[in-house]
Design a protein around this ligand. Structure first.
Ligand code: AHM
Ligand code: MG
Length: 325
């Protein structure tokens, strides 16, 4: 199918508009490494069944989840791409227990926290999955160690995610700016298709695992019931895909704390923080139900956080019901 007219590629965007916004070449190199890695992951996702690389590895990751073979492949691809960029000082990854400290990085290197393949339970069934990245700048003169990765979410300089769905889309957020790029599989480059994303004023959808309703506390049950009464439900079970729909169409995602998951299900450092950053830059909000996500002072690389994410007014209303007000 012919692509209509010339669209700005991600590379052009980073070498032109990027500089006008005062963003560094080093950060641009990190973003290009993510784009390069995601192209390879996308190929693996497309060919997994044919190449017979579906299924579990038999391992359990740092957070206690079953590791799929594509989880490991994606982790390896992004660690390699980011390490080779020359601008990454350390990587924290859902699939790797301890941080990867990158030798020989430049003085102003970046720290990247990532979920290399989000939506693991959907890998084998051809449902949208994705990759999520939070990016922090190393502190000046800092000798990077394991604790260097425990940064508060509001200090992110950028965040990005990729959805491997009916098309492959990379969404990039920097301060007050969120843009989406679609992979053109014929030329292998990402083209700017969604400039200046703002979450629509009207919330259309709510996304939650309704099967958890019985283990929610009373106020949280009430908050979910209010969402159910007002909005249509959409839940894929891949955070990145559920969030992407809500970002473009208007919606709220909720994975609150419950009796079985006192700290929620999702990971603070490489799920809640990056998507919370994207949401805020697009005019939305992210909360645990009790606290702004981006204000949480982290204690552990793989810690979990309850997550209420999407349209600001609906997040605020939901949080106030969860709090019993
Ligand atoms: P993963 O990072 O191992 O894929 O797990 C996180 C996923 C999210 O993508 C999704 O929102 C959630 O787990 C779904 O959980 P549940 O199956 O309990 O609804
Ligand atoms: Mg995940």
């Amino acid at each position: 199918m012919a692509v209509v007219g010339h669209r700005t590629t991600l590379e052009e965007y980073i070498t032109s508009e990027w500089r006008e916004k005062g963003l560094s070449d080093g950060l641009g190199a990190v973003i290009m490494a993510i784009a390069d890695g995601s192209r390879l992951v996308q190929e693996q996702v497309q060919q997994a069944a044919l190449a017979d690389v579906l299924g579990a590895t038999g391992d359990i990751n740092a957070g206690g989840d079953i590791v799929q073979r594509l989880d490991t492949a994606s982790s390896d691809i992004f660690v390699e791409a980011l390490s080779q960029s020359g601008h990454v000082a350390a990587i924290g990854c859902e699939e790797i227990e301890r941080p990867v400290i990158v030798e020989g990085n430049v003085a102003d290197g970046y720290i990247v926290l990532m979920d290399p393949l989000d939506g693991s339970s959907n890998i084998d069934v051809a449902v949208s999955i994705g990759s999520i990245f939070g990016i922090w700048q190393k502190r000046p003169g800092e000798n990077v160690n394991d604790d260097s990765l425990l940064r508060v979410g509001k200090e992110q300089v950028a965040a990005a995610y990729v959805v491997y769905g009916s098309s492959t889309v990379l969404v990039l957020a920097t301060e007050n700016n969120v843009c989406g790029f679609t992979l053109d599989p014929e030329v292998g480059s990402f083209a700017l298709t969604h400039p200046g994303i703002k979450i629509p004023a009207e919330c259309a959808y709510y996304s939650t695992n309704e099967g958890n309703n019985k283990v929610l506390d009373g106020p949280t049950q009430k908050a979910i019931t209010l969402l159910r009464d007002k909005y249509s439900q959409r839940y894929v079970g891949s955070l990145v895909a559920d969030f992407h729909r809500n970002l473009l169409k208007g919606g709220i995602f909720a994975y609150p704390a419950d009796q079985n998951r006192k700290d929620g299900r999702l990971r603070l450092m490489y799920e809640a923080n990056p998507l919370g950053f994207v949401a805020e830059q697009a005019g939305g909000a992210a909360s645990t139900g009790y606290q702004r996500i981006l204000d949480i002072v982290p204690e552990q690389l793989h810690q979990r956080a309850p997550l209420i994410l999407g349209n600001k007014d609906v997040v605020e209303a939901t949080v106030s019901v969860i709090n019993g007000s």
